[in-house]
Write a protein that binds this ligand. Structure first.
Ligand SMILES: [Zn+2]
Length: 301
């Protein structure tokens, strides 16, 4: 059975604050299992996937999806994470193996691995002809601060974002999770200062999850002093949407000459999904069939 994350979406009863809390341990563990990432890459990618999942459930349409792309100038290269509207998500890093010394405080140096010169892109595909694309400069490459800055700079929504991934000595994932709190329009000053006090003393996501707190417990702690209403609960998982049909559709957009150059000496073309490492094989005949079907007029000449 696939292990799932646990996510909660809440609102304060006075409708001034919305909060999403996600225990993404199972999801990030699956990302590490697939990509066999070094610890600092697991942390960076895990944080971005966790953020994508939380932003996924904020999408309005059932079939909408969101893509987060971080292209910092650090050794990890570009990071990608995609989520559907139920928080089911996937992601990859261009470089899975990056070794960096720990920071002075003993933590993984995610900021250095990602780099702080670059952009965070947020692409929402809502079924229209063009996806909505927003972007903001990276602040620290630590991902959570970059997400907070994105919401402030690009969407003018005051946001608190906390993300954490704790790695075991054997490189598996011990805990991972995220918190996304947003102020709703016309949030009064006293609510903001109460929230700021809560956040100032809030332990890290990984220490709260590690001590056995559930997303609901974490939500109550972050919104201490507020009455909370649970809007929805989710059980998102690491899920890839790739299929042989989708690969065929990409091939169909290529020129016949380009396609005919793809097969190796055995006449085979191998395509590996970057998100889940699934391998698709196409024979020379398969490609000819795709060419025939995508250019029906040519067959009559
Ligand atoms: Zn896939």
């Amino acid at each position: 059975m696939v292990k799932k994350g646990k996510m909660l979406r809440c609102i304060s009863s006075d409708a001034t604050i919305s909060a999403i809390v996600l225990d993404s341990t199972a999801i990030v563990a699956e990302a590490e299992r697939i990509h066999k990432t070094a610890a600092v890459v697991t942390a960076a990618l895990g944080r971005l996937i966790t953020a994508a999942s939380m932003m996924g459930i904020m999408l309005k349409g059932k079939d909408d999806s969101i893509t987060l792309k971080v292209n910092g100038d650090g050794p990890v290269g570009t990071l990608m994470a995609v989520s559907d509207s139920s928080g089911n998500c996937r992601g990859y890093a261009v470089n899975n193996i990056v070794e960096l010394p720990l920071r002075q405080d003993g933590k993984l140096d995610v900021g250095k691995a990602v780099g702080k010169n670059g952009l965070l892109y947020v692409m929402r595909d809502t079924g229209g002809s063009e996806p909505y694309i927003g972007c903001s400069p990276l602040v620290s490459g630590e991902i959570a601060e970059d997400i907070t800055n994105y919401f402030a700079a690009s969407e003018q929504i005051p946001t608190v974002c906390s993300l954490g991934v704790l790695i075991n000595p054997d490189l598996t994932v011990r805990t991972a999770g995220g918190l996304l709190i947003q102020l709703l329009p016309f949030c009064p000053e006293e609510v903001i200062s109460r929230l700021e006090k809560n956040i100032a003393v809030l332990p890290s996501m990984t220490s709260m999850l590690g001590s056995g707190m559930s997303p609901m417990d974490i939500c109550r702690k972050a919104l201490d002093g507020f009455e909370i209403e649970v809007l929805q609960e989710y059980e998102p998982e690491y899920r890839c949407a790739c299929s042989r049909e989708k690969v065929s559709r990409v091939f169909a957009t290529m020129q016949p000459d380009e396609l005919r150059e793809l097969p190796d000496e055995n006449g085979l073309t191998e395509v590996t999904c970057q998100f889940c490492d699934k391998v698709y094989h196409f024979t020379r005949e398969d490609l000819e069939e795709i060419i025939r079907q995508s250019r029906p007029d040519d067959t009559e000449n």
